[in-house]
Design a protein around this ligand. Structure first.
Ligand code: COA
Length: 502
């Protein structure tokens, strides 16, 4: 971390060298010829081929369980090889889920509306004519096929896809999938093994028909009422706990359903409501709500400040949620750097070390400071004193000193610092991939590390980039049928217009 400031922006350097952007059709052609550059090149070509659709290990030890693979670690394919996903997701929550499954080896076929695609392709665009980072960072390692789900031929193609896939994932507004004719009953009749996984804003109840975006979920799931400072309004967080958080929950549900299918032979519905997902992530505050009935929340600063508690869990600023008092403290340079801060936890077992390092050894034996209970009413004054010390150090200097003493602390890292953090690049958590329309961009790779399933992080697909490929290779349409499908308007908005004009 110490070398962070010196690290040059590889991204910026490569970006400025990036060739002028190509036309969409040229880019499509060259992208089709050249397979996308893989960020993680750990798999050998042979291993990838071997694991493309079927799991690697075939021989069994007699009870149906494969014998342990003798392939080197990380070269036996990926965890979800053989799983094919019909990805009907858009915006963030659903795409997060399917991208994770793709990183783990699933063949994710993203179905998009012809000519338009996922609405995020065009949202918050930073490079004219290129898919936005919003889209590219949530749709890596997937294939894209365009299908008009309301076109009769489009419906036929979708039915065929349902037969060929293991999981359908969607996060449309309530009822939209049914209106396309893709009811669970219809899907189950076509493919009883199909798992149908959905994100909705709310579960069954008074709000079940509501459309929901990230911040609505943060508010309805209890995060906003417990975030911010006591004297200020509720706050939403930058972490997308409603969208990406629910996508994560859904991915777990899908993997569990896939496993249960190995016993039952049938698929099932998986539903994750964003309100439920946020509440799950905010569960410590529901804990505190119940504790409130038995007395004040002593680890909250307001207890030490003598401010009485009301009937509901208050906003706790930067108080530590885990019962080990903590706060964000200024570091050297805070006057000009908005992120020159450190999170400092006064963990009880290292209290002596804290006293020594900040130059207050007398606190170790002073009855007003020596025990966690004695310290609770004095937290503000204690943190003010610690801050006098942290302000003499940069956040990284403070980190180095405190870590050696086993004092839990963490620098406030800016997005700029994270983008250049070499250790995150080394682990594949931050990955640079190339894109035919925008050049190199950074994305977040798989944050879940499996030792025998190395993440496959590829750039996001262009709109409809794999339409022909999926129609031909997955759905086994002949070339003549593909031509007919194209002129029907079921997969291509532009050709639909041309056909109508002819
Ligand atoms: N071909 C034809 N029509 C398509 C299509 C395709 N390939 N893909 C989508 N559509 C249609 C849908 O059928 C729907 O039409 P209908 O309402 O006439 O039935 C329409 O596009 C729009 O879908 P909808 O989901 O309502 O989009 P929206 O932009 O109005 O709402 C959300 C967006 C996110 C608010 C909403 O989808 C939602 O609440 N989703 C569930 C919660 C969620 O995931 N929220 C987080 C998003 S990050």
């Amino acid at each position: 971390m110490a070398t962070r400031k010196k690290a040059k922006s590889k991204l910026r350097a490569t970006k400025s060298k990036a060739p002028a952007k190509k036309s969409a059709s040229k880019a499509l052609k060259s992208a089709a010829k050249k397979p996308a550059k893989r960020a993680a090149k750990t798999l050998t070509k042979k291993a990838v081929k071997a694991s493309a659709r079927k799991p690697a290990a075939k021989s069994t030890n007699g009870n149906g369980v494969p014998r342990p693979s003798s392939m080197p670690w990380g070269q036996a394919g990926r965890a979800l090889n053989g799983v094919r996903i019909l990805d009907f997701t858009h915006v963030q929550s659903g795409p997060t889920c399917t991208q994770l499954l793709a990183f783990m080896g699933a063949d994710v076929i993203k179905v998009e509306r012809p000519g338009v695609g996922d609405i995020t392709r065009g949202q918050l665009r930073d490079v004219k004519g290129a898919d936005s980072l919003y889209f590219t960072m949530l749709n890596g390692s997937k294939r894209s096929i365009t299908i008009d789900s309301k076109h009769p031929q489009g419906k036929e193609i979708l039915d065929r896809l349902v037969r060929e896939c293991d999981v359908l994932v969607e996060n449309f507004a309530p009822g939209a999938l049914d209106r396309m004719g893709l009811t669970f009953e219809h899907i189950h009749a076509l493919n009883p093994r199909m798992i149908v996984a959905s994100v909705k804003g709310f579960g069954p109840g008074p709000y079940e028909d509501c459309k929901v975006y990230e911040n609505v979920a943060q508010c309805a799931g209890g995060a906003a009422s417990t975030t911010g400072f006591r004297e200020g309004p509720p706050l939403v967080t930058g972490a997308q706990i409603g969208d990406s958080g629910t996508g994560l929950h859904l991915a777990l549900g899908i993997v569990a359903a896939l496993y249960q299918r190995t016993h039952t032979g049938r698929g099932q519905k998986v539903l994750c409501a964003m309100q439920d997902g946020v509440l799950n992530l905010t569960r410590v505050k529901l804990r505190d709500q119940q504790r409130l009935t038995h007395g004040p929340l002593t680890e909250y600063s307001q207890y030490g400040e003598g401010v009485p508690f009301g009937e509901t869990v208050p906003r706790a600023g930067n108080d530590s949620g885990g019962g080990q008092p903590g706060w964000i403290l200024k570091c050297k340079g805070y006057e000009s750097d908005p992120n020159a801060y450190i999170y400092f936890i006064t963990q009880a077992p290292v209290w002596g070390a804290i006293c020594d390092v900040i130059g207050k050894p007398e606190w170790k034996s002073d009855p007003d400071y020596a025990t966690p209970v004695a310290r609770l009413p004095r937290l503000k004054q204690i943190f003010d004193t610690i801050e006098q010390w942290t302000m003499t150090k940069t956040k990284f200097e403070a980190m180095d000193i405190l870590n050696q003493l086993d004092i839990p602390c963490g620098p406030i890292l800016s997005m700029q610092e994270l983008a250049h953090e070499q250790s995150l690049r080394a682990t594949g958590t931050v990955v640079e991939v190339d894109h035919p329309m925008r050049g190199p961009y950074l994305t977040v790779g798989n944050p879940i590390k499996l030792s025998d399933s190395i993440a496959d992080v590829r750039r996001s697909p262009l709109l409809g980039e794999h339409t022909d490929e999926v129609l031909r290779d997955v759905l086994r349409y002949s070339e003549r049928e593909i031509e007919a499908i194209k002129t029907s308007g079921a997969v291509s908005a532009a050709e639909k217009k041309e056909a109508a004009a002819a």
